[in-house]
Design a protein around this ligand. Structure first.
Ligand code: AHM
Ligand code: MG
Length: 334
């Protein structure tokens, strides 16, 4: 079977759009190179002194690990110099990352979580990089925060890199979802999973059930539904929770199921859940919808939420269509 690299696939996509300038292809290629560098470091993390806390605390009040910092700086350094972006936003940076005046500006905005699932780094569990690409809405000149705070439905592309037993890239430009696996012997991402579709009906639920006491009644009812043999499936769902959003999402994308991160009624910091709208929920919602699934905050479609701040958090229910619809029904949505 002929092997298609991600670059070949991007060029095919580019040729199919008469207005394409090649800039978007270059942007994805820059991202891919950054991810290969991160993947290399993740793979050797156990061997060199890149593990452990730096002792610093990020803007979310969480301890930052060295590998997070590394991934963040690789992405910022490479993409800032690409000439393709007018701004970036990272989960690790409180403010917008501007492109310095001495560097060329572009029309795109990149939002990312450089290394999601960082609590898993020290124990060799899969982690990932999540990205979202927007086009700027204004003309030239300094980018405004409003241009970055676009609804998820405006994303031009979104995806993630999963550093697992293999390194994978899963992305969508709004034309289906495609998965590529890094062949380390040639250093290329090869098309391994074309046109991914999530099963309409899942068999897995993924949630941190340790927080049961902190949930409201409807949330407990939802989780009880998935545990119950009397559900749609007529047998209990299996519970699978890695604690790395990318990995939990990726498994459910292929096997079918639902990932839940509900609001927390006791901890005011988690009153809107833990996950971030712009760098986590929106890109994965874009992917899941392209794969035939759904993503909601309980009642509303994630991609329709108007963001009002860069690090806004949102409850997230994402996965197979029937399972997410059940959540919406129990919360009393449409
Ligand atoms: P991070 O971006 O700081 O790694 O935090 C997000 C992670 C997700 O990957 C995961 O789904 C979630 O936090 C797990 O949270 P919890 O430990 O509360 O279950
Ligand atoms: Mg994260």
């Amino acid at each position: 079977m002929p092997q298609v690299t991600v670059t070949e696939q991007l060029l095919i996509h580019q040729k199919a759009s008469p207005m394409a300038t090649g800039r978007f292809t270059r942007l994805l290629n820059e991202l891919i190179l950054a991810a290969k560098i991160i993947s290399r470091e993740v793979n050797k993390a156990g061997l060199v002194n890149v593990l452990g806390f730096t002792g610093e605390t990020n803007i979310q009040g969480e301890k930052v690990k060295k590998l997070d910092e590394f991934a963040n700086s690789v992405l910022i350094h490479r993409l800032q110099r690409s000439g393709l972006l007018c701004a970036m936003s990272s989960e690790e940076n409180a403010d917008l990352i501007e492109i310095p005046d001495n560097l060329k500006q572009g029309d795109y905005i990149l939002i990312f979580d450089p290394l999601d699932g960082s609590s898993n780094i020290d124990v060799n569990v899969s982690i990932g990089t999540i990205f979202s690409i927007l086009r700027r809405t204004g003309e030239n000149g300094p980018v405004t925060l409003d241009e970055v705070l676009q609804k998820g439905s405006e994303q031009v592309a979104a995806g993630y890199f999963l550093y697992g037993t293999s390194t994978m890239m899963v992305y969508s430009t709004g034309d289906g979802v495609h998965g590529f696996t890094l062949d380390p012997s040639v250093g290329e991402f090869l098309l391994s999973h074309p046109d991914i579709k999530i099963p309409e009906q899942g068999k897995i639920y993924s949630v941190n059930e340790g927080y049961w006491d902190y949930w409201d009644k409807p949330t407990r009812e939802i989780v009880s539904y998935f545990k119950s043999p009397a559900n749609q499936r007529k047998k209990p769902y299996s519970m699978r929770y890695i604690g790395s959003l990318v990995s939990d999402f990726h498994r459910n994308l292929f096997y079918g199921g639902i990932f839940l991160y509900p609001r927390d009624t006791r901890d005011p910091r988690l009153a809107s859940g833990k996950l971030r709208l712009l760098c986590e929920a929106n890109p994965l919602a874009f992917i899941v919808e392209q794969a035939g699934g759904l993503a909601i905050d309980g009642k509303n479609r994630i991609l329709d939420i108007e963001p009002h701040e860069l690090h806004q958090r949102v409850p997230l229910f994402i996965g197979s269509k029937n399972d997410v619809q059940k959540v919406r029904e129990i919360y009393g949505g449409d």
